[in-house]
Each structure stands twice: as structure tokens, then as C-alpha cells.
Design a protein around this ligand. Structure first.
Ligand SMILES: CC(C)(COP(=O)(O)OP(=O)(O)OC[C@H]1O[C@@H](n2cnc3c(N)ncnc32)[C@H](O)[C@@H]1OP(=O)(O)O)[C@@H](O)C(=O)NCCC(=O)NCCS
Length: 147
């Protein structure tokens, strides 16, 4: 499948929100996406036929890269698209001088945990009550080192 990766602009947020609200248990709001862009985080879209089918948000401080969000539209999942996007992010982080990447994932999100493990991430610890406001859920903290 011919896909490409490009930067995200404010005009892309509607398309991204439509995907986000369908696939994430704790979806980012429009305000979350806007503040991430405004904070200068790196935001990339994976496109097929000019439509967004996936996206990722991350930032790098010194040698540490923090993956904030990676999502693939449901109809494109399990076809190697997440791997393609995350491999790109890891390559970008490496070129930028990062030596490790970390992320939080909801403890119930076994699909994503399996995905990250396939990419070489290991579990480090937990962040208690990290997600949600009323129904809270712990985050599993995972990292990838030595790339
Ligand atoms: C997690 C997510 C990004 C994975 O993307 P994807 O495109 O479906 O994953 P890929 O097809 O690239 O899979 C890459 C590897 O992970 C494995 N994997 C992916 N989903 C898996 C699952 N549900 N169970 C077990 N393994 C899985 C694949 O088997 C594949 O292994 P391989 O390289 O040996 O074939 C995607 O499912 C998603 O967007 N989920 C909803 C949003 C989300 O939870 N994001 C993470 C929040 S922290």
C-alpha cells in the first residue's frame, strides 16, 4: 500500500478527531491536539490517497523521546501501518540524538501493549490513576532503549 508521512497542520484536526473518537478509550480532545501543536510537539500524519489514516504526536528533550499518541484508523489496523509510523518516529528520534523513547499506555489496552512489545518496548512501571476523570485507569510505562 502506497502511503506517505507528512507534517500535521491545524486543518487536519477535524479528520484526526474523527479517528481519535472512534478508536481511543481516552481520546484526546480538540484542545489537547491544539495545545500539543502549540507546545511545539512533533506531529505527523500517515496518509493514503491524501486521506489521513494514522497520526502520531511526540517530543524530544535531550536524549529522551516521549511518544504521546499514535493511532491508526480502525479499517487500516493490523496491516503494518502502525509499525511503519512508529519505525519512522524512532528513526527521527535517533537522528535527533535521542537514545531512548518512553510512553504511557492504558493497562487495559492489551492490543497496544502487544504492538509496542513487538517493536521492542519493555514495561518499566505504572502511573496510577493516569487516565480519565471519573473512571480512572492506570498507565503502563514502557520504554525502548539503545536504538
Ligand atoms: C496500537 C496500534 C497503533 C497498532 O497499529 P497497527 O497498524 O494495527 O499495528 P501493525 O499492523 O503495524 O502491527 C505491528 C506489529 O504489532 C503486532 N500487533 C498489532 N496489533 C496487535 C494486537 N492487537 N495483538 C497482538 N499483536 C498486535 C502485529 O502483529 C505486528 O507484528 P509483526 O510485525 O510481527 O507482524 C493500533 O491498533 C491503534 O491505533 N490502536 C488504537 C489507538 C491506540 O490504542 N493507540 C496507542 C495508545 S498508547
Amino acid at each position: 500500500m502506497e502511503v506517505n508521512i507528512s507534517g500535521i497542520s491545524f486543518d487536519d484536526i477535524d479528520q484526526i478527531l474523527a479517528i481519535e473518537n472512534k478508536i481511543n478509550k481516552f481520546p484526546w480532545s480538540r484542545a489537547n491536539f491544539l495545545s500539543s501543536i502549540n507546545a511545539g510537539h512533533k506531529a505527523l500524519a500517515l496518509k493514503f490517497n491524501d486521506s489521513i489514516i494514522g497520526y502520531t504526536f511526540f517530543y524530544i528533550v535531550d536524549t529522551d523521546a516521549h511518544l504521546l499518541n499514535i493511532s491508526i484508523k480502525r479499517s487500516f489496523q493490523k496491516q503494518g501501518m502502525g509499525k511503519k509510523l512508529l519505525t519512522h518516529v524512532i528513526g527521527y528520534a535517533k537522528l535527533s540524538g535521542a537514545t531512548m523513547m518512553f510512553l504511557e499506555v492504558a493497562v487495559s489496552n492489551l492490543n497496544a501493549i502487544a504492538f509496542y512489545e513487538k517493536l521492542g518496548f519493555i514495561g518499566d512501571s505504572y502511573r496510577y490513576n493516569y487516565y480519565g476523570t471519573k473512571d480512572k485507569e492506570d498507565a503502563f510505562l514502557m520504554s525502548l532503549r539503545g536504538f
